[in-house]
Write a new protein. Structure first.
Length: 231
C-alpha cells in the first residue's frame, strides 16, 4: 500500500504538457534531497489530503489501500492524465504494479530519473515519462549521469514517450551543459531556469543564451505554476 501526500486537480506547470489539466497524485518519500526542493515529502504522520465532493479537503491516514485510492480518484472528472508525482513515485513501484491497471487512465510519471530498475517494473503501465535531470550545480548532490542514461534506455526500449527537464542555475558548468546536450541527442530536453530568491543563482540572460547555443534542440520553459501561484 502506498503513502500518498495529496490528490488534487490542477494545471501542469512544466515541460511540453504545460497548461494541461491534470489530476496530481503526490507520493510521500524521496530518495534524494535537492537544494531547490520546496515540498515536504515526509512519510511520518502522513495523511492523504484530497478535495472531496463537498468542495473541502478531506483526509485519510496512510498507507492507503488500492480500493480507497481508486475510489477517490474516480471522484474526479475531465482531465488529460493522472500525474504521479512526489517525492519519488517509483519508490512505490510495487504498489503501482497493483494500482495502475485499475485506473484505466492515461498515466504521466514525474520522476527524478535515478531508479532505472524500478522503472523497468512499471514502464509498461505508464504512458508519458517526465524525467528530471539532476545536475550538481542545482541540486547540491552528486552526479547521476550513469543512472540517468540507464533510465532513458529502459524507457526507449519500451518505446515510451519520454522527455527530460533540467533545473538550471547561474552556476551551471560547461561540463554540465555538455552533458545536457548529450541527453538532448537521445530524448527531448526542457531547460527550467531555477526559481529562487537567491540572486546569485538566478539564470542571467547571458548564461541562458549560452545554454541555448550549446544545446540547440533544447526548449527553455520556466516553471509557470510559480507565476500562476497554483499547486
Amino acid at each position: 500500500m502506498p503513502n500518498i501526500k495529496e490528490i488534487f486537480l490542477s494545471v501542469q506547470g512544466e515541460g511540453p504538457y504545460i497548461g494541461y489539466r491534470q489530476l496530481f497524485v503526490r507520493f510521500c518519500g524521496c530518495n534524494l534531497n535537492c537544494d531547490y526542493c520546496d515540498t515536504d515529502f515526509s512519510v511520518k504522520d502522513c495523511y492523504v489530503e484530497y478535495l472531496s465532493g463537498s468542495g473541502v479537503f478531506d483526509k485519510i491516514r496512510n498507507p492507503i489501500e488500492d480500493k480507497d485510492l481508486v475510489e477517490i480518484i474516480r471522484q474526479f472528472r475531465d482531465y488529460h492524465s493522472i500525474s504521479l508525482t512526489g517525492g519519488e513515485p517509483l519508490l512505490a513501484y510495487k504498489s503501482l504494479q497493483s494500482l495502475l491497471p485499475k485506473l484505466n487512465k492515461k498515466i504521466y510519471l514525474e520522476t527524478n530519473g535515478t531508479l532505472p530498475e524500478q522503472l523497468a517494473q512499471v514502464v509498461n503501465l505508464v504512458d508519458i515519462i517526465a524525467m528530471d535531470i539532476k545536475i550538481p550545480s542545482s541540486t547540491g548532490l552528486k552526479s547521476y549521469l550513469k543512472e540517468h542514461y540507464e533510465f532513458i534506455d529502459v524507457a526507449l526500449k519500451a518505446k515510451k514517450e519520454i522527455f527530460a527537464k533540467a533545473v538550471v542555475s547561474e552556476k551551471i558548468s560547461r561540463t554540465e551543459i555538455e552533458y545536457l546536450n548529450q541527453v538532448s541527442k537521445k530524448i527531448p530536453i526542457i531547460i527550467q531556469p531555477i526559481t529562487t530568491k537567491d540572486e546569485g543563482l538566478i539564470l542571467s540572460k547571458k548564461k541562458l543564451f549560452q545554454i541555448s547555443e550549446k544545446i540547440p534542440s533544447a526548449r527553455i520553459i520556466p516553471q509557470t505554476h510559480n507565476y500562476l501561484n497554483i499547486l
